[in-house]
Design a protein around this ligand. Structure first.
Ligand code: SF4
Length: 341
């Protein structure tokens, strides 16, 4: 049963886009979930959830059994095979898997399975972002089956930003499913799953319990929106373990900023809270690229040593035309953090 007044038609809200003042990320009104009893309990039928059927998915679990997982973003230009290949080449061997996600500045991308096919052909383990904004459940089921055939390591299941944000506000938003209802479909398709949570977005005290509900729905790894200092990540990991009754593998983000364009991109993320002075230290440096890599390695190293942290996701962006250079910078950071070993 959907929640009619939520612009994303969510049942298992609130999404991660709730403003600091409790405002909806889409409509000029308060988020409809804030006055309701939370968390919204997962009402699924308890169908057995399959273990990953792809070799890459099993390899990721093997890596996680011996050390933290190091994931990188993928900065390729949209709709460009050449850029996909060049960025893949830059990242190959330096990271455990690569997230091919969504971008507010380029909503029109190759379909996830096709992009994953191109990336896998270049020797990467691929973690594909799948959102509920662009496709209904039939199209999503086709996409999940295709991703399994391509052999991706896993899928990052998100409700997704509304079309009201980003570069295609003319598109009709779908939201037939949402992250919580996409997760069990991905597990039944034989895929390893991840989901997002925004610890710093209101209602902050209910966010750990929301993670627990997503785990009950079929989520395996929880990837965190930037939420402040290392201690904030540790506190959230402990709270999710308490809410779920067992530790949840939590992977905080490590933002890589190497120029002003990347800093602006970061500013677009709702509910993102960075360690104090993080971006300023890069932008005020004589060589922002060198210092950007340095601060990302420092933060990533501290996060990998933090209690309750199962890995990190290093991501960010740079100005148009700098995709391959940014992929090389990502590779430097992930290699330093032990990725690909
Ligand atoms: S903030 Fe998110 S969950 Fe809340 S009403 Fe808006 S779109 Fe729905």
């Amino acid at each position: 049963m959907g929640t009619a007044a939520c612009p994303k038609r969510m049942t298992y809200g609130p999404c991660g886009g709730v403003g600091a003042d409790g405002g909806c990320e889409v409509a000029p009104e308060p988020c409809v979930f804030l006055p309701r009893p939370l968390p919204v309990r997962w009402s699924g039928d308890g169908t057995p959830l399959e273990e990953p059927r792809t070799r890459a998915g099993r390899e990721v679990l093997e890596v996680m059994a011996r050390r933290p997982l190091v994931v990188s973003g993928f900065p390729a230009a949209p709709m460009s095979r050449d850029s996909v290949r060049a960025c893949a080449e830059a990242l190959r061997g330096s990271t455990d898997c690569v997230l091919a996600g969504d971008s507010g500045r380029a909503r029109v991308q190759f379909p996830p399975a096709y992009r994953a096919r191109l990336m896998a052909a270049e020797g990467l383990r691929v973690w594909s972002g799948v959102n509920c904004r662009d496709r209904d459940r039939d199209a999503l089921d086709r996409e999940l089956a295709s991703l399994r055939e391509v052999g991706v390591a896993g899928v990052h299941c998100v409700t997704g930003d509304h079309t009201g944000s980003g570069d295609r506000p003319d598109a009709t938003p779908v939201f037939d499913l949402e992250a919580t209802t996409l997760l069990p479909r991905a597990r039944r398709a034989g895929l390893l799953t991840s989901f997002a949570e925004s610890p710093a977005a209101p209602p902050v005290r209910h966010r750990p319990a929301r993670v627990a509900e997503k785990v009950r729905a079929g989520g395996r790894l929880c990837w965190l929106q930037y939420c402040g200092e290392v201690e904030d990540v540790e506190a959230f990991a402990a709270a999710t373990a308490a809410a779920a009754g067992a530790p949840v593998p939590v992977l905080p983000g490590v933002p890589l900023v190497v120029d002003r364009a990347g800093a602006l991109l970061l500013a677009d993320f709702a509910a993102a809270v960075l360690p104090e002075g993080y971006v300023e230290r890069v932008l005020e440096a004589r060589d922002p690229e060198v210092v950007g890599v340095q601060v990302a390695v420092e933060l990533g190293t501290r996060l990998l040593g933090a209690s309750g942290v199962a890995g990190v996701v290093v991501a960010g962006g740079a100005g148009p035309g700098r995709e391959v250079a940014f992929a090389r910078a990502l590779a430097t950071v992930t290699r330093e953090l032990g990725g690909g070993s």
